[in-house]
Design a protein around this ligand. Sequence first.
Ligand code: PCA
Length: 190
Amino acid sequence: MEAVRRVLLTGFEPFGQVKVNPSWAAVEGMPESVGQWEVHKRRMPVVFGIAQETVMDAIREVQPDLVIACGVAAGREKVTPELVAVNWRMASLPDNGGKVYSGEKIDPQGPAARMTDLDVSGIISAVRSEGIPCELSLSAGSYVCNDVYWEVLRWAGDTGRSGLFVHVPSEDKVTVEDDRRALHAILRIL
Ligand code: PCA
């Protein structure tokens, strides 16, 4: 018997034009366990800084081995695992606290970017083998999703654990059910 491992899955609340956020819909509907993974879920606020605090509070509580954070990228056609988080906040769309950023570092002392140590090629193959369109993304943007990924990868680097961010398209491109099947496929190979 393999030891149980804990995964923290997060999705976001609605924001801007997104009235129902498929990232949280997908995460909320995940089962309590997938294979060896004990699944923990959190809904995240779309607020710079507060979202980072929320994910770190959840990490302290759950003590996960793996964090997979999800968000919607409405313009995309495919499920897109993100390779990097950049040290940058820039968004003309106000966050849910009303704040906009014209461009500044998240952490003035930090590196330019952080990269996941997970096998992204293997992850993409696993999702595609379910018949779900999937490709690597080289930028999680500079809005709240990137902010959370930055913090997750900082934690992962500090603790020797792993983190991933997955952007999902709007529901007319990929259904919430397929987002969930993608998460299952990812958990099965990790
Ligand atoms: N998508 C936004 C933030 C919340 C979400 O679901 C983003 O891509 O930054």
